[in-house]
Write a protein that binds this ligand. Structure first.
Ligand code: SOE
Length: 382
C-alpha cells in the first residue's frame, strides 16, 4: 500500500455521533485503500474533563474547550461538527472562512435560511464538504440506487417511507441538556422532521429525485416538559410526530411518516418503492437485505426475493470479509469516510454535500410550513 497523507481531524462534540465518526476514522484504513489517513488530532467540548475522557478513550491527541480555537489551529485540516443543530451554522461558516475541510452532522441547519448561508460560505471559500446522511451508504440502500439507475424499476409510481421510535413517550423526560437537546426546539429546530424524516427525505431525493409539493400534519403529544437548563416547566416546541403526502417531480406520489411515540419501535426506518417493472423495499432492522419483486421474472417463479447484500459484487462489500458475512450500522459511517477520502484525493466534495443537504432542508421547511398553515406547500427550489 502507498504512503498515506495525514488528514488532521478536529472533532466538535463528543456524543453518540462523535463516537460513530471517531470509529469510522479509526477503521477506514484497515479496510479501504485510500490516499489519506485520518489523524485524531483534537476533540472539542465545553466540559474539559468529559472531553479529555473522550480523547483518552478514542485516542485524540489533544482537547479544546472553545471551538473557535480549534478552527483557528493551523494543525487541523478538517472540522467535523457533531454538536446540536443550533450550532452547526456558526461553526461551519467560521470553519469555511478559515479554509477548513468540513464534515457536518445532519440536518444541515435549523432552517433553509441558515442552510443557505452555510452553502454560500463553503462555496465562496471553495472548501471540501459533506453532510453525514449515513443511510445512503448501507450496501442494500446503495444497491437500490443502482437498480433504479439501471432502469430496473421503470417508471416509479410510489415512494413510501417511515422512521419510527418510542424513546420520548415518558412525560418525565426533560427537554434540553446532553442527549435531550433533540426535544428542545431552540437547540434542534424541529422534532422528528429534522431528526428522522430528514434521513428519509435525503434517501428519497437521492433515489427518486426532487419533491415539488407537500401536505403535512404534525403533533406535539406532550405539550410541556421541564427544561434541564432553566429547571422550569416550559412549552414543548418540537413536533413529536409528523406525516406528509407529496408529489415528486418525476410524477410519483410519496407518503412519509415519523414519530417518537410508536411504542415498541426503537429505530424502524423502512422504505418501499413501486415501479412499473419492479418494486423494492428495505428495513433498517434487517439492513443487509433488499427485497425485490421483478415482474419480468418467469411467471411460475415470480415473487418477492430477499437479496442478502453481502457479495463482493455488491456495493462496498468487497472491502469487508467474505460473501455471506454481513456488516452493520457503524459501517455506513466507515463507507462515508472512505468515499470522502477517495473524493478528497480528487479535490472533490462527497455527496450529500452541503448543497445536497440544503435540498433536504427545503423539504423539511415545506413540511413544517404545510403543517402549520394546514395547506399544500411548494418546496422552494435550491
Ligand atoms: C435519534 O434518536 C437518532 O439518533 C437520530 O439523531 C439519528 O440521526 C438516527 O440515525 C437515529 O436516531
Amino acid at each position: 500500500m502507498s504512503e498515506k497523507k495525514a488528514l488532521n481531524i478536529g472533532l466538535v462534540g463528543y456524543g453518540f455521533m462523535g463516537r460513530t465518526h471517531s470509529n469510522a476514522y479509526k477503521r477506514v484504513n484497515d479496510f479501504f485503500d485510500v490516499a489519506y489517513r485520518p489523524v485524531l488530532k483534537a476533540v472539542c467540548g465545553r466540559d474539559k474533563a468529559a472531553a479529555q475522557a473522550f480523547a483518552d478513550n478514542w485516542g485524540y491527541e489533544s482537547v479544546e474547550t472553545d471551538w473557535r480555537k480549534l478552527v483557528e489551529r493551523k494543525d487541523i485540516d478538517a472540522i467535523d461538527i457533531c454538536t446540536p443543530n443550533n450550532t452547526h451554522a456558526e461553526i461551519a461558516i467560521a470553519a469555511a472562512e478559515a479554509g477548513k475541510i468540513i464534515l457536518c452532522e445532519k440536518p444541515l441547519a435549523m432552517d433553509l435560511v441558515q442552510g443557505q448561508a452555510m452553502v454560500d460560505a463553503v462555496e465562496k471559500a471553495g472548501v471540501i464538504n459533506t453532510v453525514w446522511y449515513n443511510y445512503r451508504r448501507v450496501p442494500a440502500v446503495t444497491l437500490a440506487k443502482q437498480l433504479i439507475d439501471e432502469g430496473r424499476l421503470g417508471r416509479i409510481f410510489h415512494y413510501r417511507a417511515e422512521f419510527l421510535q418510542d424513546w420520548t413517550i415518558s412525560t418525565d423526560l426533560p427537554q434540553g441538556g446532553a442527549g435531550l437537546w433533540r426535544l428542545d426546539a431552540a437547540a434542534a429546530g424541529s422534532g422528528v422532521t429534522g431528526d428522522l424524516l430528514a434521513h428519509c427525505i435525503d434517501t428519497a431525493l437521492w433515489l427518486n429525485g426532487h419533491i415539488s409539493t407537500i401536505s403535512a400534519m404534525t403533533e406535539t403529544f406532550i405539550k410541556e416538559r421541564k427544561h434541564t437548563q432553566t429547571g422550569k416547566v416550559q412549552p414543548v416546541g418540537i413536533d413529536d410526530a409528523c406525516a406528509f403526502l407529496c408529489r415528486f417531480e418525476n410524477g410519483s406520489l410519496g407518503l412519509f411518516e415519523s414519530t417518537r411515540y410508536a411504542r415498541g419501535h426503537k429505530a424502524l426506518y423502512t422504505f418501499e418503492i413501486n415501479g412499473e417493472k419492479a418494486s423494492i423495499k428495505w428495513d433498517l432492522q434487517d439492513l443487509h437485505r433488499l427485497d425485490y419483486f421483478d415482474h419480468g421474472d418467469d411467471g411460475i417463479l415470480r415473487g418477492w426475493r430477499s437479496i442478502h447484500v453481502t457479495d463482493g459484487d455488491q456495493p462496498y462489500m468487497k472491502h469487508w470479509w467474505v460473501p455471506g458475512l454481513q456488516i452493520g450500522y457503524e459501517h455506513t459511517f466507515v463507507h462515508q469516510v472512505a468515499d470522502f477520502l477517495e473524493n478528497l484525493a480528487k479535490g472533490e466534495s462527497t455527496a450529500p454535500t452541503f448543497r445536497d443537504a440544503l435540498a433536504t432542508q427545503a423539504v423539511c421547511d415545506a413540511v413544517l410550513d404545510s403543517a402549520e398553515h394546514k395547506k399544500w406547500e411548494a418546496v422552494v427550489p435550491v
